[in-house]
Design a protein around this ligand. Sequence first.
Ligand code: SF4
Ligand code: SF4
Length: 324
Amino acid sequence: MNHLSVLYRGPLASCNYACGYCPFAKHTETPAEHQADADALTRFTDWVWLQRFEVSVLFTPWGEALVRSRYQAALSRLSTMPHVRQLAIQTNLSGKLNWLEGAERSKIALWATYHPGETEQQKFLDKCAELDGYGVRYSVGVVGKKSHLGAIEALRAELPEHVYLWVNAFKVGDGYYSAEDLERISRVDPLFEVNTRRYRTRGRDCAAGESVISVDGDGTARRCHFIERPIGNIYASDVRELLAPRLCSRASCECHIGYVHLPELQAESVYRDGLLARIPDPALWADPQALAAYLDRARALPVVGRAGGRRVESVTLHKAAPLV
Ligand code: SF4
Ligand code: SF4
């Protein structure tokens, strides 16, 4: 093993926005809770520093972390570590970005989500322009509520062409999307279809737990955010001893941060080093055959439900997967 991706989620669970589809909306924390999150973050960055193999990190907070100076400092610090390959964080992009001046920006990429109703489109676009000014890569996403369709199309029209705008399927029930909705969204995000399905994953190979793990604030390591059972603790043992090829034990997998680790999907062939921040490789993005092959691989996977057209089993927003 010469490289490990870690999805880090500390105790922080708060946000400055109030999205109706999110359990962390407008939640605040006590000073003691903030301190506990800061301590956990320092411990984690110290741990990364001590590893003797390459590490990439995707921060997947329960809420908005990038408005906090401690997360900005942690990203800056990690970015200067020679053995850190890629860093990404899920953010609503509402925070200041000038901390990027002190960071090794080539290693940082942002998973930025636009929340119509919580901010103005122009304000969000200004932040995107700031990222472009810093030369920092990013993807932009929107939760695919039907009421967001106009805002999604308007955002696509204004975003720079080089920016991938993904749409997360709003998986709330039977046939939520009409054929026309699906067509409209797919015109914006040609890979949207991949996110509309709940893949039947139990018993299938998955790299989660082998080349990518999820770690929480006390160091508990899990295969992914969706399988509760820990595989160990990174502070109690050499993480390499926790890693092994495994079959998925969950009935289904429906989030990008999960299913992209299914070897059958070969998502890395589309995203390459943009995988953690959901940024397709520009060369592959320009190759219709490569994209069509990715869609075909996704279609070949068995599903337990989908958000458009056919029956979808009841789906609720997964607490472990905030739509940041
Ligand atoms: S398929 Fe999804 S739920 Fe199963 S191990 Fe992989 S990431 Fe986890
Ligand atoms: S979806 Fe994201 S931006 Fe909206 S309230 Fe939740 S954490 Fe905040």
